[in-house]
Ligand binder design. Sequence first.
Ligand code: GDP
Ligand code: MG
Length: 337
Amino acid sequence: MNPPSTDPVEPSEPVEPQPSIVVSSATTPRQLGADDRAGQRCGLIAIVGKPNVGKSTLLNALVGQKISITSRKAQTTRHRITGMRTLAETQYVFVDTPGFQTLHANALNRSLNKAVVGAVSDVDLILLVVEAGSFTGADERVLKLLDAKIPTILVANKLDNVHRRGDIAPWLQQMQQRHAFVEFVPMSAKNPKDIERLLGICSKYLPEQPFWYAEDELTDRSEQFLASELVREKLFRLTGDELPYTSTVIIDKFEEEPPARKGQKRLLRIAATIVVERDGHKAMVIGDKGERIKRIGMETRQELEKLADAKVFIELWVKVRSGWADDEARVKSFGYE
Ligand code: GDP
Ligand code: MG
């Protein structure tokens, strides 16, 4: 990897991050004989909820492999992420959402809220994730965004944190008064048995229609998108709570080279810019003698090499761009809707 930049770098015309993909139009139905299709179910499921309730953890468990990015830090999932799972005669297509933002009312968050509403307007089923035993004003605001005509399951997550199980029944009764949920599922996203049970429950709400995807497909996101999400995940993991979540990652270059020799892997050449708001944040990202940014690059490379089954070369840059979170046009140019 090249040494990290210490000067503000003007990245070359940034490659636009992939726009959010509308799942239903991004798919080509498989060529299937009429007999194959009998009894198949397939549909879109939105996972919504306030930050930190476990949406990304749940999605990853439902899909069975890491697709969305989880983090202890709230609000690091800014893009809609899809994952899919095919089990027997059911294909589940998941849409993750960034969570309803309640802390800041700047342009970035306005665009996030639009993304939440957009993500749930055309799905077959909604999973509203809350923490078991709790329903706050923030949960209520997410619930208000939902279309009452779409079947909604209340997922009461983190049941393992509830020590007085007897409190759950009366709480569920209160939840019944709040909304016409079609099911109540107290569970833990970290418990595989609960995940299996939830998949079974979801299945009956998906329409009978042929699969949209090949059975082994996990995401329709591009490798370029996975690369930017991985850099962002490492960035937040390795800076802890110091770095504001407004920091972002732009992929400046994403090139693929075929294997040099037979039996070797193809090469992905990637250049990415981490955009922060202040000089102090830049120093934080670079770290002592460039150690932190080297580690971000190294961990991203290792994980992407596994996910993409390729050799990866990644170059990282850091750039200060103050106040971008307040600038509507700039938010758009970074690819948020
Ligand atoms: P998101 O912001 O809603 O996407 O939440 P994340 O999936 O990033 O999870 C936030 C935190 O909750 C992480 O530290 C997860 O490990 C944790 N978490 C998620 N599901 C569970 C669960 O079922 N039980 C417990 N104890 N923790 C969970
Ligand atoms: Mg998340």
